[in-house]
Design a protein around this ligand. Sequence first.
Ligand SMILES: Cc1cc2nc3c(=O)[nH]c(=O)nc-3n(C[C@H](O)[C@H](O)[C@H](O)COP(=O)(O)OP(=O)(O)OC[C@H]3O[C@@H](n4cnc5c(N)ncnc54)[C@H](O)[C@@H]3O)c2cc1C
Length: 1014
Amino acid sequence: MELTWIPLSLIIGRSTRCFLGGFRGGAMNKAFESRVRRTGQKLFQLIGDEVPPLFHKESWTGKVIAQCAKDEAFKTEFLRFMDVLPSLKQAESVAEHLIEYFGRPEQRIPLDLKLHFTRASPASLKRAESISKEIREMVEKFIAAATPGEALPKLSDLRGRGMAFSADILGEAVVSEAEADAHAQRYLDLMEDLGRAQAGWRSLGGSDNDLDWGVAAKINLSIKPSSLYSQMSARGFDQSISRAKERLRPVFRKAMTMGAHICLDMEQVDLKNLTLALYRSLMEEAEFRRYPHSGTVLQAYLRESETDLRELVSWAKKRRHRATIRLVKGAYWEAEGVYACQRNWPVPFYTNKRETDENFEKLARLVLENHEWVHLACASHNIRSIAWVMETAKELKAPPERVEYQVLYGMAEPVQKALVKAGLPVRVYAPVGEMIPGMAYLVRRLLEMISRESFLWQRFGEGAPRGQQLKNRGSTSPLGPPAFDASGGGERGTFQNEPQRDWSIEKNRSSFVEALRKARKKFPITVPIVIDGEAITTVREILSRNPNDWNEVVGVVSGAGTEEAESAILAAADAFPKWRDRNPARRAEILFHTAAGARKKRDELAAIQVYEAGKTWAEADADVCEGIDFLEYYAREMLRLAVPQPVGKVPGEESVLFYEPRGVAAVIAPWNFPFAISMGMISAALVTGNTVVYKPSSNSCVTGTMIRSLFSKAGLPREVLHFLPGSGSEIGDFLVTHPRVALIAFTGSVKVGLRIIGLAGKTLEGSLQVKNVVAEMGGKNAILVDADADLDEVVVHVLQSAFGYQGQKCSACSRLIVHESVYARLADRLKSAAESLVLGPAEDPGSFMGAVIDETAKQKILSYIEIGKQEGTLLVERSVPGERGHVVPLTIIGDIRPEHRLAQEEIFGPVLALMRARTFDEALDMANSTSYALTGAVFSRSPRNLTLAREKFRVGNLYLNRGCTGAVVGRHPFGGFKMSGGGSKAGGPDYLLQFMVPRNVAENTLRRGFAPKE
Ligand SMILES: Cc1cc2nc3c(=O)[nH]c(=O)nc-3n(C[C@H](O)[C@H](O)[C@H](O)COP(=O)(O)OP(=O)(O)OC[C@H]3O[C@@H](n4cnc5c(N)ncnc54)[C@H](O)[C@@H]3O)c2cc1C
């Protein structure tokens, strides 16, 4: 490159419209554009006809890649097979999986891919071995070496061919602190080896200051922030940064002793703000300040990337810190789209390729304009993008040493060579490590190669014309998540889940801190009984306390006795006829207004739960969102069900089926989802036209009173909902047996549930109807782990399912049934992962688990822990800090057998039993062996076993390859059978029917031989 160093006045923060060169309209723009194309053509000439080995059409790999690109279903099966392959240790299991993945008759797989299997035989075992070999060889092309020791010659070889490297140790998102330590240690060891080797390396570019191209460190490492701290979370932002820094400091210190460069890679958008803050925070520390060999990554596909870049540049300028910014387009767009859609969050990236490409160019220019402080690492294989950067650098007279070109190992060899031939400084990102930890990386690479929109596929797969590739900045076809449509909502639109808080946004975290502060200032909150809109105070005082600090009284509650219960029931009964006859659409409208009110108060509602129920930030927020979902969902469901359905079709008759409410509903709610479950049961009862007497749990009356007030503010007539806090032993039976109560909606323990069902079954004199009970009760839920399961995923999901909200969910996992071949490995990893969790009071943002709800619960759980110690082997017993909290240890007990009490009885606390199964079928039998049938989950990558689980794992909610908690309204209609419940699924299309009676009216339309035509 013939560029000379001329200092530029650096301009930051000006509008993108004022950019020079490539972004200026008219003749200048045209001239610039033709220079870009000329440069691109020259690079294409240097590439010639060479094609990367992975695209060689005659090779097995080339054929597979071509098939993946043209057949979406094959691509899915192939990537899934590739994902499971490294965990299959025997040729037999490879052969079985091949049959399961590729043996379906409807699949049309080209014969020469040799993926056809009909049965396991010695010949097919041989074939399985050869396929495994092909796939291994294919993925190994993306990995420089399996171990740091083997990496050295490979990296030296790269340098010998005129390219620098950035070594990345494969493995991201560690699950325990031990793994994070080991990962950081591998970097230190690698540096040790590289440090010894670098003395023998001549600097690239012929400079005599022992730096490549006169400025760059010879040793360059890339580190994924998620590997630095096992509990990395946006919610625990400050804590995550400080723990990650503890591991980064030694790495940076070592890097400084040998003059090495460290780059923090950029991962999913969840971690973006954290990564940027982590980088800046470390570089602001005195010992690292102004160290010139460091940097991070920005992803041009993110809409926020320009703002991030401007902030980074002004930070670098202000601090007089030199950083290298690796500019990429971004490798996670497929996953990001799925997450955004599932969470109902705005899609964070550009949804057409042209916008990403244009933004890449815009950001590259912004970096180059500020080259005095930020050096550009242009990480792209796209000749158009590279040529654009080259021309812009030339135009802005950025010194050559301030721009380097980065490529990925094994991805685009002809491009790499062409860049070297063009005399550009080239760095190869070189992953080091094994296939299993590297699988996520490998799948991203394959996706990139076979994406129809990628430069590599278009150039080397399809052979797109060069000219077109130089002017074409990608297609404009939108790639966005499809709108999720759960239920028709008429004018209100389709149902959408309420998005949970994105804690990576600073404003969300600080407003929640403020909400917690404000909530606490109001304590203790006075909670009266409310009947017919009238507040009643009684002497039966109930104190609602903070489970994490029993001295803190959250609410002082007036408890109802039978007298108040009687008044509430009679008032509800009087109000029933009018409410029943209210237009269902108007009843639904009140639910929509209540949802809007809850949305406005959502931080306050969640903050109260943190103190009153001991929920962590995310659990409390999720509970409020679920409550809002119930309101929105049931309102729409009522609009659907309110339309009478014609039934039967015979001439001369008109027959319609329609529904009407039952009468007075007693809603008896639990404390564990104090907002969501109460809201769900109350709103279902109300919208269907019943009047309600609502008894919240004594442990969550403050949340209960807020629910009542939300309905009231939304315009619900005061005589329709009566708020009756009180002790279950005093008013529970009274409510259930009262002759004027037509319906009981209950969620809670199986003991109380069965009692309610028994009492309600006895129809007393004076009763006007048979009572209906909607009861959701307990669970003894199991997660099954197959021999081929992805243990990284298993560990994360099991911890969440077993210990999220201290295991106090009826859906919580309390049994982990593991195939014996992976039992020991999983038990080990689970143990160290559980030992890494952050335990402490729920109000601490980083806390994963705090105290259980009250002393009774604590004592019961402790007694089960003792039973477990007798029955099995204690693996983990971690005490939770909090002297004044109802704390019980997080406990994992191994070697539990199906006949043990720990395998059969519901505990409702943070106690997990590990069980060993010889086969998948035996695991299923064990799973079904309790009296409960609520939730269950299976981790397996065997299509056969997943099908078997669908058929034979008899639970109300079965989840495949995810945890067993966290049902989402509309997506996972929730509820079980056997001793788990006697109702239909909450948040599903059948739920409201239980709150109504069906009626049919048939009219004979034949009069004197005349019947109206339809
Ligand atoms: C040295 C190096 C280091 C890297 N480090 C990281 C890293 O830390 N973090 C990271 O995320 N990536 C990283 N990458 C990967 C990088 O994001 C991809 O390789 C890169 O996006 C491919 O871009 P390209 O210009 O080579 O190819 P192109 O084919 O021009 O672009 C492909 C990219 O365009 C975008 N895209 C594709 N289709 C669409 C669409 N429909 N709508 C919007 N955008 C679309 C995607 O980002 C896709 O990856 C790195 C790459 C290199 C070379």
